[in-house]
Design a protein around this ligand. Structure first.
Ligand SMILES: [Zn+2]
Length: 114
């Protein structure tokens, strides 16, 4: 007979290694499983929150990018520059064509922001 370290009841031990009775062992295993499930649920909750926050960060970054584009690549300003740089006003020079291409690309990019 041995005294259980958990409940202090006496039990027939299976060996010297056994420190707690069978009911206390079963109870501790159930508590272990319950804690494991609790941690899994908590983890799933945090992963969901991280997903939500990552989506919000992406939305904010896109919004910030659009605001910055509005400041740096103001569509009205691009339109005025395009008129000034138009190849017709520069004898169809290669430089004016290249600048016009860049301005057209910028206009398309700024149009993606709402
Ligand atoms: Zn016990």
């Amino acid at each position: 007979m041995k005294k259980c370290q958990t409940c202090n009841d006496y039990f027939d031990e299976l060996g010297e290694w056994q420190k707690i009775c069978k009911p206390c062992f079963a109870k501790s295993k159930r508590a272990e499983k319950a804690r494991e499930q609790e941690l899994e649920n908590e983890k799933a909750g945090f992963l969901y929150t991280i997903g939500t926050l990552n989506r919000r960060i992406a939305e904010l970054e896109a919004e910030l990018l659009c605001l910055k584009k509005d400041n740096v690549f103001n569509p009205d300003l691009i339109k005025k520059i395009r008129v000034l740089a138009h190849p017709d006003k520069h004898n169809g020079s290669e430089l004016s064509h290249n600048v016009s291409k860049v301005l057209n690309a910028l206009t398309q990019k700024t149009n993606t922001c709402i």
